[in-house]
Design a protein around this ligand. Sequence first.
Ligand code: B12
Ligand code: SF4
Ligand code: SF4
Length: 374
Amino acid sequence: MTAFDPRADLHSSALEAGFDAAAWVSAGVAARDTRVFEMWCDAALHAGMDYLPRSADRRRDVTTTFAPARSALVLLVSHNHAVPTKPSGGTRVGRVARYAWSRDYHAVLRPALEKLEVIAARLGIRAKGYVDHAPILERGFAARAGLGWRGRSSQIISTSLGALTSIAVLLCDAVPPVDAEHPDRCGRCTACVTACPTDAILTDRTLDSRRCIAYYTVEHRGAVPIALRTQFGDHLFGCDDCLEVCPWTTHAGRFSKLLEPDPELAFPDLEPWFTDSGHAFLRRYGDTAFARARRRGMARNAALVLGNLRDAAHLPLLAMGATDAGWEVREAVAWSLGRFQSDHFSHALEGLTCDPDERVMLTARLALEGAFFA
Ligand code: B12
Ligand code: SF4
Ligand code: SF4
């Protein structure tokens, strides 16, 4: 790249806009990447995310998303925030993945990408920015751009930023560079595989979404498989276990310029999730990642965390959840009440044995028989 190359100017502008790393890559999708993606979908490892196999054709060719695309400026944004101070009051237990500690990164990064689109136009480059919402194999782009390599956790790992990053892609009509894929730096490390509470990480560096806590707590509607529940521990929303233990994350230290952590998202109060309406929930969390799970999903997640913590101080909140409008919340509450030895709130559990929803009724009956106490 020469000093007068507009690509170099756009690259500098991206870093000035607050992105933590940027690199150019060709827009052609590697056949290996589409093959892996399609085999992964064929093996049903996408769980209930049916939009993934549906978009396989478009993922093979990004000109179906942005017709002029010849190259891409791939961007990394760190969400490795320092831990904010926990607010007081309410019931603030359970862990939230770091990407959800700030306002929804899609909303925050969108204006930054639009700014880059305008700068690109001034430089004579047609460009369109995407973050996580288009059928683009974003990790494949980041790996080919040399920003990092695909770790055993399947996350793109950067030597300077570690594993706690998001990817954005600015598709451009600029002349493509020669791709310079990053070498694998996992070596003999298997820390992420060992750290995964549900054994979701597979040997080919993909994962089984049907076992992944991030999948269930963020994407999945309905009940979580009973066999996995105790392994969820105190994970309330998303999961960073396989990313936090990565030695490259530990070495990277704290970053994140574009995303600001909000203590109310890092340590949310669970109580309103059991009392507020769905509308009130969206008024409070509409511009956050929690909106994806909606009130019912978050109340379900909260109930499972309380069942795993087994702190009697949380029993009144669980009892409140026993009359929730969402069947998946009542079902999770039935399981969680069954994790306590106390008879204090057994009336709530007994009530659920007559629940109009059969799934709730069955779980409540098993809970009363002591099936979940161990
Ligand atoms: C579906 C999805 C999920 C699913 C499935 C995750 C998975 N590992 O496949 C679930 C809900 C579980 C999930 C969880 C998370 N996700 Co997610 N997710 C996606 C999404 C929408 C599609 C990913 C996908 O297609 N998966 C299927 C697999 C096969 O594809 P792939 O992982 O992209 O792999 C590609 C290549 O690496 C290559 N490949 C695959 N296997 C192999 C093996 C080898 C050896 C090689 C060389 C290449 C190769 O082929 C693929 C195509 O390019 C992307 C956004 C996007 N548009 O890409 C975000 C994305 C992958 N998620 C992201 C994040 C941040 C997360 C979480 C950390 C959130 C959290 N804290 O809870 C977790 C991490 C869990 C984990 N360890 O992966 C980031 C990843 C950033 C990064 N640095 O890698 C993305 C890119 C979103 C974004 N724009 O930032 N996610
Ligand atoms: S996000 Fe959590 S559950 Fe999913 S693979 Fe990583 S450690 Fe396992
Ligand atoms: S924890 Fe170890 S094996 Fe996993 S991605 Fe990081 S370096 Fe690779």
